[in-house]
Design a protein around this ligand. Structure first.
Ligand code: S3P
Length: 445
């Protein structure tokens, strides 16, 4: 096991840039592979999840390589040009990679088998196989609808009209990607808006797509079988990764840090809005746009936080940030209530029960609900001192290491290696700002 221990930090200071956005990185590789010509991607996240998507796209026919300057070059095959992979597609820990690519290949006349690690192999896939069957694809896997699973794609797909029953950008995107190689117009209704990176990326590459607000949700159309032009892309920094140094600075007295180039897509900024309502001192500097996505630098200072009830409708825009919000909430005066987030139960782990267990082990008062939790802070430093089980979940690991920075006793996570999936430089970036996160048995720097 690769235990990591986080001990008290004096203050956080300095300027950093977080790695590229995970959601956008997956989509940039996939869309570059579907265009004709060379797409060059700067700022791609080089985490395990995205590298698995790159490997899968190579297996499906794209030519993808990294140059010495860290730019990624993708030579696409064009819509309709994918070929059958020789072996199973190993998506590792990534629900996004698995679900998006199951959608993509479902409208090609060949078979692909998807496999993943223990966490991914326990996550629900019926949410994508049900709509993808309507295009004409067939799925053969375990009875409870989990990986490993073989997709037998269809050579004569029919466009569908589908109301997405869960708030899931992955499901929406799987359908949109299946629609790419389907003649005619596919229509998707999402009741609650979820991150729109696929919509933005489709427009950027020249897919005819529309989005219309409808009863608080969105109606999306995709016109299939377009000819896509290769584009150059710059991936903004991941707001979900920025969340960790940001919360660390908020809870650590004397802190003043700047995080450069953070993506601020409005479908992703629920955590920042929530923290500002709690009293966080976060300043947006140098606001700009990069390849169709809003971006800014964030100055973050230590802040006195007060508890709030997070609006339930905000959940999709901060769904990956509840674990680290629980940590901020432990330092806020009063009870922070987080509900309407039942999707947390089917992430890389059951993030509600795992957070509740870990927070209690660290001496923090927390109440568990079916769809969320309530965390109470009382102004004192949490006790800490626990060994927290991360269950192959990178965000659980990073959240508890952030907690250890201001606990009375160090906090240990049982397996830090899973952080590689989304934020490979997490430890060096945090320690460079003033954290003290060590591997088991390593000397303190
Ligand atoms: C993602 C969508 C979200 C999020 C995940 C990435 C994506 O999941 O939790 O980390 O890139 O589309 P949902 O499918 O639940 O929206």
């Amino acid at each position: 096991m690769n235990q990591l221990i986080s001990s008290v930090a004096q203050k956080m200071s300095g300027t950093v840039t977080v790695p590229g956005d995970k959601s956008i990185s997956h989509r940039a590789l996939i869309m570059g592979s579907m265009a004709v010509g060379e797409t060059v991607i700067r700022g791609l996240l080089e985490g395990e999840d995205v590298l698995n998507t790159a490997a899968a796209m190579r297996a499906l026919g794209a030519d993808i390589y990294r140059d010495d300057e860290g730019c990624w070059h993708v030579h696409g095959v064009g819509v309709g040009g994918l070929h059958e992979p020789a072996g199973a597609l190993d998506m590792g820990n990534s629900g996004t990679g698995a679900r998006l690519l199951m959608g993509l290949v479902s409208t090609y006349p060949f078979s692909s088998t998807f496999i993943g690690d223990a966490s991914l192999s326990s996550r629900p896939m019926k949410r994508v196989t049900v709509p993808l069957e309507q295009f004409g694809a067939e799925f053969h896997g375990s009875e409870n609808g989990t990986l490993p699973m073989t997709v037998r794609g269809t050579g004569s797909p029919l466009p569908i009209s589908y109301d997405v029953p869960v708030a899931s950008a992955q499901v929406k995107s799987a359908i949109m990607l299946a629609a790419l190689n389907t003649p005619g117009i596919t229509t998707i209704l999402e009741k609650k808006p979820t991150r729109d990176h696929t919509e933005r990326m489709f427009s950027f590459f020249g897919v005819e797509t529309t989005t219309t607000p409808q009863n608080g949700g969105r109606l999306i159309t995709v016109t299939g079988q377009p000819e896509l032009t290769a584009r150059n892309l710059v991936v903004p920094g991941d707001p979900s990764s920025a969340a960790f140094p940001l919360v660390a600075a908020l809870i650590t007295p004397g802190s003043d840090i700047t995080i450069n180039n953070v993506g601020l897509n409005p479908d992703r900024t629920g955590l920042f809005t929530t923290l500002i309502e709690m009293g966080a001192r976060i300043d947006l500097l140098n606001e700009r746009e990069e390849c169709g996505e809003p971006v800014a630098d964030l100055r973050v200072r230590h802040s006195t936080l007060k508890a709030i009830t997070v609006p339930e409708g905000r959940a999709p825009s901060m769904i990956d940030e509840y674990p680290v919000l629980c940590i901020a909430a432990a330092f806020a005066e009063g009870t922070t209530v987080m509900r309407g987030a039942e999707e947390l139960r089917v992430k890389e782990s059951d993030r509600i029960s795992i957070m509740v267990k870990g927070l209690r082990a660290c001496g923090i008062e927390v109440e568990e609900f079916d769809d969320g939790m309530a965390v109470t802070g009382n102004g004192d430093k949490p006790k800490g001192g626990a060994l927290v089980e991360t269950h192959l979940d990178h965000r659980i690991a990073m959240s508890f290491l952030t907690l250890g920075m201001q606990s009375e006793k160090p906090v240990t996570v049982d397996d830090g290696s899973v952080i590689e999936t989304s934020f490979p430089i997490f430890r060096s970036l945090m320690n460079g700002l003033g954290a003290s996160i060590q591997a088991d048995g390593e000397e303190k720097q």
